[in-house]
Structures are given as C-alpha cells and as structure tokens.
Design a protein around this ligand. Structure first.
Ligand code: GAL
Length: 327
C-alpha cells in the first residue's frame, strides 16, 4: 500500500516536472525547433492566432536554392518550444531585380474581414536601390503565400519594415526611408493589401523599427543605420501614435551595442497576471547568416522609461505573462 502510494507520488512528481517545467529562452544560443534544426526566422515578425504564436522570418538555411528567397513559419504555445510548420515562401525573383535580389524582414498580419493572411516584406535589388515592399497572401496561416505585388508605400523609399497591431485591431507598417532621414508609421487599408495613411513621420534615421502600446504610452524603437553591425538601439515615447515623440534614448548601455543585437519586434504578452513586453532582436552573423542568433529578453518598462536588461537565460509563462531569470 505504502509502496503504491509512493509510486503514485513519484509519478506525479515526474509528470509535473515533465509537463510544467518550462525550458529557458537562451539569448544568443543556438535555438532549435521540434526537428532539432536551428530556427530560421531572422528579421522576424509574430502573429498571435487561436491560442498560438506564429513566428515568421527570413530562412537563411545553407541548403536553400540561391536563386530563391525563403520565409519560414514556426508555431508555439509557450514561446520556448517552436514547431516548424513550413517554408511559407520559396520565391523566385518576382520583379527582375537581379541575381542578388533581397527579400527581408517578413511580417504577417491577419485580416479578420477577408480572412486572409497578408505578408509584407522588404523587397530590393542587390544594391538596395529598389526600396519597395512586397505583398503576399495566403488563406492559411502556414500555407504557401502567393506573391501579389510590390510598391513603395506612400510613394516613399522603404527598406527595413516593422509591424504593429494596435489594441483596436488596426494594423500598421513601420518603414525606414533614407531620403527623408526618418521612418514612417503608416496604417494599412481595410483589406491590409495596401498602405493607406501616414500616421506619423519620425525624423530620426532608424531601422529595425518596432512599436508597442503599453500602459497608455506608445514606445517606438529602432537601430541606427550600420547594416549588419550592431549599434546602440534607441526608443522614444508618445501618448499618441501620431506623436509628438520624445527625444530618443538608449535602450541599453551604449558601449554594449544593444548586447550585439538589432531590434525587430516588441512582443506584447497580455497574461492573466501581468503584461510582459519581449524585446526580439537579431544577432547577425553576416558571414554565416544561417547561424545568426536571437536575443529575446523581457523589457523593463516603467512610466516612459524602457530598459533592455543584460542577456540572461529566462523563462516566460505565456498564460500568466510572468517571467523569471533562471539560476
Ligand atoms: C541592416 C538591416 C538588415 C539588412 C542589412 C543588410 O541594416 O537591418 O535587415 O538589410 O542591413 O546590410
């Protein structure tokens, strides 16, 4: 009897350890998917859909056909285990941009009215002179996205793009525009297939743009224009998306160059106990892009002040929103 009870208790212990222990997120380390392969979702975006997170990003796998550009999609319930869904695009040069053509920083939105999934990406030639966005569409979140068109949003040059979904469901594209020396925040049309309305132009030459709404303030973030090399990323705030924005401040001690990373998104986890904002950054390895790493950390935000803490292994409870550094 005692033995049986002990066995039950032991079983319970094993079960709770197996099913409840959350593996840590390890900034800068190799991050593997359910197949054991290194996650390829660089310059990524995120969509929350029916209880899961879908992470989309540049797939730079070594085995890819060099004439095509790839975007992969992964899904997760807990933000730590990622299941590879598929390469949602494996596109051939859609606008005759030449052999070194570029497709970067894919971002996917879901349009509730048309029920389509709409992907935006930076589309360019090898010298970054076309400065356009590509729009691709799919009926399924992890289906094959069909190339629709490309354009310059608001007729402006557009290189790095970022995505933002406001609490009212309105979707925005952030895009860097070199000739204007700044970046735009622009609202998408009702069907999300075009960029309709300038909401803000921020006179600061920043890329890797990210935006979040937290406790009544908008926080916008970006990096300086140093290509693959990290620099001190900065942020500003405003009570309204249309500004006025405060002056920009460093998100981390400037000498760390954002701990070697570049911003791509701020992910809002509105948990049952806490709202957590996760900084998602890329640690680029320009000579081996497939081996670029991710730096995800919960941001410390308090009343208009934002800080990226030093990278450390940590866990998140995606249900409650609570985070903890691991020992
Ligand atoms: C970075 C940009 C990346 C990529 C790179 C190429 O500034 O954020 O997405 O375009 O330049 O040099």
């Amino acid at each position: 009897m005692i033995k049986a009870r002990r066995a039950v208790a032991f079983g319970f212990l094993v079960a709770t350890t197996l099913f409840c222990a959350q593996p840590p997120i390890r900034p800068g380390e190799v991050w593997r998917d359910n197949r054991g392969q290194q996650i390829q979702a660089h310059g990524g975006g995120m969509l929350q859909w029916k209880g899961k997170y879908y992470w989309f990003g540049e797939d730079r796998s070594e085995g890819n056909n060099p004439d095509r550009r790839y975007v992969s999609c992964y899904s997760s319930k807990d933000l730590a285990h990622w299941k590879f869904r598929r390469q949602v695009i494996a596109l051939e040069d859609p606008e005759h941009l030449g052999p070194k053509w570029i497709l970067e920083r894919p971002k996917v939105f879901h349009n509730a009215r048309t029920r389509k999934f709409v992907m935006y990406a930076h589309l360019d030639d090898g010298r970054y002179r076309a400065a356009r966005v590509a729009v691709l569409v799919s009926d399924r979140i992890d289906g094959e996205y069909r190339y629709l068109k490309s354009f310059r949003p608001l007729d402006e040059e557009s290189r790095d793009i970022g995505q933002f979904l406001d609490d009212d469901g309105a979707a925005y594209l952030i895009f860097e525009s070199r000739p204007t020396n700044g970046f735009f925040i622009a609202q998408l049309s009702d069907d999300f297939l075009s960029v309709e309305k300038k909401v803000s132009f921020v006179q600061a030459p920043l890329e890797g743009g990210a935006l979040v709404h937290y406790n009544g303030l908008y926080y916008v973030m970006g990096s300086h224009l140093t290509g693959w090399h990290p620099n001190p990323n900065v942020y500003a705030t405003s009570p309204s998306l249309s500004g006025p924005w405060t002056t920009f401040k460093d998100i981390a001690p400037p000498e760390t160059n954002t701990y070697g990373s570049q911003s791509t998104l701020m992910l809002k986890i509105a948990g049952s106990k806490k709202t957590t904002i996760i900084y998602m950054g890329d640690i680029w390895r320009p000579k081996a892009l497939w081996d670029s790493r991710y730096l995800w950390m919960p941001l410390e935000i308090d009343n208009g002040n934002l800080r990226l803490p030093p990278p450390h292994d940590w866990t998140v409870n995606a249900k409650t929103g609570e985070v903890a550094l691991t020992q």
